[in-house]
Design a protein around this ligand. Structure first.
Ligand code: GCV
Length: 717
């Protein structure tokens, strides 16, 4: 009995250690074991002077205390006055005394409302460090940034930082349903426990807010874009209000998805026509009701007339009518409408990649001031690689916000290690040529190209109630990296990987160097073993788990992988050039020319834009067939290499996360081979050619791969 109890206790302790490490995300605050840095920190941080007493300032103080306790082993004295030297002075501009204010006054010109200053100063000949900003939330951002300096073992000498977010709306989109399933979610059920809300506040809500604030995320859409009108009823709004109250001190606004037919479904109206007076009033009253409960409510995100969702077109109206009607409802309260451009129609025989542009581009300049159009990074749907969406750069009179997908619907769910900031960076750096060379997507999104009033970046969340939040320990890096890029779309993804690894795992260079390299190469690996050379949308149907290039029996043509790869005896790829659907013409002339010409089209996008013969010579001298097969093999080899890198990290980190990632990499390796074998066997039917040397022989037949069924694959509603 006693030994059983002992075993139980042991299990409980191991379990909670694992839960804590995984759960703490990048806010581990582990002891600084670099002796030089530790003593520098201790010498510079003898006391903390916190000015102000708002909820946000209290949160900032608590975070500093937790951070210092973890990293330095003690909490510097909290002081009310600045007498000795080496204090950390924390407070918003309004709380600083005139002497201190003067020391940082010129820095205030360098920051916007959410920006912060971290500065080493001398006050009456005494060295101090100041963290300040124009308001308390900005100070909180500064505090997290300061803690990151310690977490990443950087020096505190001569600090002189003035940093501001480059976008206004930095927001997570949760595709969470009211029954707590998460569409395309691979990390458990929804965090929002609607049944226990509003009275039960899960600690998770608080830690979610902390994590988001630490990377500058300032908004969250709680509900799925495939929306349920019930969220707008008083019964649910009371629960939303409770969440908004939790998030407020962390600077996070709550937004909801608006089901366009809500006036009918919960309002008893006969129509949801945006030009109907009763409908307009219904939305106005609904907005008033919401803002009464949640004065800082952010606004609505809307998916309309897309994949079966209701919208203005059901009444012969268009997207402008729909968005502007909702915009009027929230405008008096400062609310925003994020209207999605993810549209394609089963009644439109046109290339799906062209449809969103064709529909939205003519609306440029027609939306109300508080409408922002949310555009996915590519024209199809969050594939491992897509050329940037042609709408970026094509609507100069309309604010466009970026929609990235953090959850890995098409990139191996939460089983594959793929560092997405590399993908995000590639898109943000793409040049639209809208106003000549250098008109990058980042400049469209941060508003600097067209001087937009509202700007934003959205990320479809990869968060659920799994112990580690994101299913895969490395998927936490994608949440982190999304936030960092939303704050500053010009950040280098390698810097992000470095920060994240140091804060989450270790500052040991022997660990950092190889693991960072592994992260940086992981995105190209997934492209190689799933969809090399511009292939896209060849996953299995519905759940999108695993390969399915053979699928051809779905009712809507553009839901079938065969629509996208167009493999035949002559070759493979979708001709979107002038000789094909002419989708290339949706880009600025410089980009059009580049993509349109087979010779200049980047090989990474080749089969996205061109149907190419199996014997076509690639730049490396291989035929297309051989090159394609070798790319698939390369992808598998890359995962094998990732596995080898990881297997050497055991001595640097905790055994729990080590073995979690190790097991996941084994699955990834297995699945990479599955992708390679299934796709090559399938395409081989058309190429009629042998696999080149260097490519491993498939271990199963094509029929075997086709026979695999996954009725309970996660994330599929
Ligand atoms: C929320 C893809 C996904 C859908 C998703 C849709 C969208 O089609 O498979 O699950 O729906 O995109 O972004 O609206």
């Amino acid at each position: 009995m006693t030994s059983l109890r002992f075993v139980f206790l042991f299990l409980l302790i191991s379990f909670s250690t694992l839960a804590q490490k995984d759960y703490k995300l990048w806010l581990q605050y582990t002891a600084v074991n670099n002796a030089v840095m530790a003593s520098e920190y201790k010498n510079n941080l003898k006391g903390i002077v916190v000015l102000g007493n708002s909820e946000t300032i209290k949160v900032a103080q608590k975070e500093l205390q937790a951070g210092f306790l973890g990293m330095l082993g003690n909490i510097p004295q909290i002081k009310s006055e600045i007498k000795e030297e080496n204090n950390l002075i924390v407070g918003a501009a309004s709380s600083l005394n005139p002497e201190i204010k003067k020391l940082v006054s010129s820095d205030f010109d360098k920051i916007n409302n959410e920006g912060f200053i971290i500065k080493s100063v001398s006050i009456q000949n005494k060295k101090q460090i100041i963290i300040t900003g124009k308001n308390d939330v900005a100070v909180l951002y500064g505090v997290f940034s300061f803690l990151r300096i310690l977490q990443t073992n950087k020096s505190l000498k001569n600090l002189n930082i003035a940093d501001s977010p480059k976008t206004n709306i930095r927001i997570l989109n949760h595709w969470d349903n009211l029954d707590r399933t998460v569409e395309r979610g691979y990390a458990g059920f929804s965090l929002w426990n609607w049944q226990k809300l509003p009275d039960f506040i899960d600690q998770r809500y608080i830690d979610y807010a902390r994590a988001n604030a630490s990377i500058g995320i300032n908004g969250t859409v709680l509900t799925n874009v495939n929306a349920n009108a019930l969220i707008l009823t008083p019964q649910y709004l009371e629960k939303v209000e409770a969440l908004a109250n939790v998030f407020r001190p962390y600077g996070i606004k709550v937004y909801l998805t608006a089901r366009f037919s809500a006036p009918i479904e919960i309002g008893n109206l006969k129509t949801a026509d945006p030009k109907d007076l009763e409908v307009m009033n219904w939305w106005k009253n609904k907005a008033t009701e919401i803002y009464k409960r949640i004065p800082d409510f952010g606004g609505f995100l809307v998916k309309a007339n897309s994949e079966g969702q209701p919208g203005p077109q059901n009444y012969g109206r268009d997207h402008v009518d729909g968005a502007n009607m909702l915009a009027d409802a929230v405008a008096p309260f400062g609310g925003v409408i994020m209207w999605r451009a993810f549209v394609y129609s089963e009644h439109d025989a046109n290339d799906r990649a062209k449809q969103a542009y064709a529909e939205f581009q003519p609306y440029d300049g027609k939306f109300k001031e508080n409408v922002i159009i949310q555009v996915k990074n590519g024209a199809i749907d969050f594939q491992p690689r897509e050329p940037f969406h042609p709408l970026f750069g094509a609507m100069p009179k309309t604010p466009l916000m970026m929609e990235f997908q953090i959850t890995q619907e098409y990139l191996g769910f939460s089983t594959h290690l793929v560092f997405l900031p590399k993908l995000f960076q590639e898109v943000l750096e793409s040049d639209t040529y809208q106003k000549g060379k250098g008109s990058t997507v980042a400049k469209v999104v941060d508003g600097s190209l067209h001087h937009n009033k509202i700007t934003g970046i959205a990320g479809v969340a990869n968060i659920g109630n799994d112990l580690n939040w994101t299913g895969h320990p490395f998927a936490q890096a994608n949440w982190y990296g999304f936030g960092r890029l939303a704050w500053n779309p010009y950040l280098d993804s390698e810097v992000i990987a470095d920060e994240w690894l140091r804060s989450t795992f270790s500052n040991d260079e022997n660990f950092l160097k190889p693991v960072k390299k592994m992260m940086m190469e992981s995105r190209e690996a997934v492209v190689d073993y799933m969809t090399p050379l511009g292939l896209h949308h060849i996953m299995d149907t519905g759940h999108h788990y695993g390969p399915g290039p053979w699928v051809s029996n779905l009712s809507r043509p553009e839901w079938n992988p065969v629509y996208y790869h167009k493999a035949d005896k002559n070759g493979i790829g979708f001709d979107r050039s002038k000789t094909g659907t002419n989708a290339t013409a949706q880009y600025a002339p410089e980009v059009e020319k580049l993509f349109d010409n087979l010779q200049t089209c980047p090989e990474k996008d080749l089969l996205w834009f061109h149907h190419v013969s199996w014997d076509y010579k690639l730049k490396n001298g291989q035929t297309l067939w051989n090159g394609l097969a070798l790319k698939y093999q390369e992808g598998v080899d890359e995962v094998a290499a990732m596995r080898n890198v990881w297997n050497k990290t055991e001595k640097y980190i905790d055994s729990e996360r080590f073995s979690e990632v190790q097991m996941l990499l084994e699955i990834q390796y297995k699945e990479a081979k599955w992708w390679r074998d299934a796709c090559l066997l399938y395409f081989q039917q058309y190429s009629g050619k042998e696999l080149p040397s260097g490519v491993e022989k498939p271990t199963q037949t094509l029929d075997y791969f086709k026979s695999l069924k996954f009725p309970f694959a996660p994330g599929n509603g």
